[in-house]
Design a protein around this ligand. Structure first.
Ligand code: G
Ligand code: G
Ligand code: MN
Length: 522
């Protein structure tokens, strides 16, 4: 299309040409009027030039100017087109925000490197995933997030060895392609330097923004099928690093692939299991102290897997959390627990564990209320257990969610107390109803005087804030007696009963309280 147009007259060009021809003709008329051609005839030429010839000469001159102009314009247009194409190409292969290579260009570079590699790896890919980037974006806004990304890009670029490529391959995901010149030690040093440099705060509008990085490394070998495979391997290694506690680096090992496939399998099974009702509530007795009478239960998820048997939450809760299935799982569990609890004496309470992800949902209390209304369970029979991880993201949002739940009459327990990192801070800032002392403290009461003093201090602290206290993981008569003496209000643990299915807890609640007490202690 463009080729065809180049040779023919464009719009306006014909008009330009006619104008120039007119100007040529005018020059001739003026020249003839003033006898300018006579002088020319006299000096240059022996024979007289006819007027017609002079007219032809001026018209021809005009035509030459026309075609010169046209070719000049064409050349300019072509140059501009090439520049635009080059610019478009650069844009398509670079990240607009940071100016680093984008995923496409990076994959091309990895592919080139892979093809040039023999049996021994000669280069490596470092996948750099930012930790805690989302809170920066959420708390300070996108401009702050962008500032962090640009700074990270600069720092990576600064660490890049000669002939390396740095790229931004996703929202908060960066990658480096580096030659393996200094061996695995140099690679480890580079990974460490990347983690260290990204951990340094980014100054933005007077704020020190802090993110971290987890690095996954994959060596490029000739055996890799293509660049995507290399990147996937680095991704698996990075994922392992996140699991091992962030701010670290891991080098890909083929075992990771096996583990990840097993996890993907479990994930798809879990999806179906939730829909099929394979996740069922187990109930662990909670007793009052010092009477040791049953006052309620904690709801604990169990997966009745068709082939693998009864699975503990440690096997599937984290998967449910990472895949967003946790809310569905949890609400189904709550609905079942509410239905089960309707058969029990009305003073028995149920305690439900809520994940940090669910706590981010601003409709949490509405959803819980809907289930209570639907099943007819009184809100004051429900207790929600949250861990401190649920509170660190956004304190104001947490406060609003806590308050709206408490306004329904639902009580809030702070679970696993003593394992978080800012327990006192959250106790001061937010209003809870109960504090559950983590099992690890109760285990060690009998070990030393210091441990006992610590548990005693937690009980006193809780009382002074107007909260009641539950001790988790009670296994011996000695610890229950000691806890009761210190003023601990409630107890939970194998001494009173392990988590059990509905049929067993039904039996326990249906018998006479005094008999039940001896059953619990047995
Ligand atoms: O029952 P067990 O001790 O294996 O439970 C281990 C952990 O799993 C407990 O600390 C508990 O907090 C968690 N857990 C059990 N059920 C649920 C649930 O329904 N939702 C969430 N978020 N966590 C649960
Ligand atoms: O963190 P959370 O309170 O949700 O943990 C409860 C879990 O602790 C239950 O799933 C149960 O398997 C486990 N548990 C309950 N009682 C005891 C106990 O007495 N000793 C030990 N070791 N674990 C217990
Ligand atoms: Mn709990």
């Amino acid at each position: 299309m463009a080729e065809k147009r180049r040779g023919s007259w464009g719009e306006g060009e014909l008009y330009d040409a006619l104008c120039l021809l007119m100007i040529g003709a005018c020059c001739w008329i003026i020249g003839a009027q003033f006898h300018a051609f006579g002088t020319l005839n006299h000096f240059i030429l022996a024979h007289g030039l006819s007027d017609q010839l002079m007219l032809g000469f001026f018209m021809g001159l005009a035509m030459i100017v026309v075609s010169l102009r046209k070719s000049l314009k064409l050349r300019l247009a072509m140059r501009e087109r090439d520049a635009t194409a080059a610019r478009a190409e650069a844009v398509a292969r670079h990240d607009a925000l940071t100016g680093l290579a984008n995923r496409r260009l990076f994959l091309e570079a990895v592919e080139l490197s892979r093809r040039a590699t023999g049996a021994e790896p000669s280069s490596a890919v470092l996948l750099v995933d930012l930790d805690r980037f989302k809170p920066v974006n959420d708390l300070y806004g996108h401009a702050a997030g962008n500032a962090v990304l640009c700074t990270v890009a600069e720092r990576l670029d600064g660490l890049l060895p000669a002939r390396g490529v740095a790229a931004r391959i996703g929202g908060d995901e960066f990658a480096m392609l580096v030659p393996l010149e200094g061996g695995s030690e140099a690679l480890a040093r580079l990974a460490q330097a990347v983690i260290g440099s990204i951990a340094a705060p980014v100054l933005w509008n007077g704020n020190a923004l802090r993110v971290g990085a987890t690095v996954g490394i994959a060596l490029i070998t000739g055996e890799d099928v293509d660049a995507e495979v290399v990147l996937h391997a680095a991704d698996l290694a990075m994922y392992q690093g996140k699991k091992d506690g962030r701010g670290t680096y891991r080098v890909f090992k083929s075992a990771m692939d096996v583990e990840l496939k097993a996890r993907a399998q479990l994930e798809s099974e879990l999806r179906a299991a939730i829909l099929n009702g394979e996740i069922e509530p187990f109930y662990q007795p909670v007793v009052s102290l010092p009477e040791q009478t049953l006052i309620g239960v904690e709801v604990l998820a169990r997966w009745r897997h068709p082939t693998r048997g009864l699975l503990a939450p440690a096997r599937f809760i984290s998967i449910a959390e990472e895949t967003g299935l946790i809310a569905d799982l949890s609400y189904r569990l709550l609905r079942q627990a509410c239905i089960d609890a309707r058969d029990w004496p009305a003073h028995l309470q149920i305690a439900l564990n809520i994940s940090p992800q669910q706590f981010q949902d601003t409709w949490l209390s509405e959803r819980i209320l809907a289930i209570l209304t639907e099943t007819g369970l009184a809100p004051n029979r429900l207790e929600v257990e949250i861990t401190e991880t649920a509170l660190v993201q956004d304190l104001e949002a947490a406060r609003a969610t806590l308050t709206s739940l408490q306004n329904l009459g639902v009580r809030i327990a702070l679970d696993d107390f003593g394992t978080g990192y800012s327990s006192l801070y959250h106790l001061r800032e937010l209003k809870f109803d109960k504090l559950k002392i983590d099992r690890s403290y109760i285990d060690t009461i009998s070990m030393s005087e210091e441990r006992a003093k610590l548990v005693d201090a937690i009980i006193k602290l809780s009382a002074s804030l107007g909260l009641v206290t539950t001790a988790e993981g009670i296994e011996t008569n000695a610890s229950v007696d000691w806890l009761a003496t210190q003023g601990c209000d409630f107890g939970q643990g194998y001494l009173f009963g392990a988590p059990m299915p509905k049929s067993e807890i039904d039996t326990l609640v249906s018998i006479d309280p005094e008999v039940a007490k001896s059953c619990l202690a047995a």
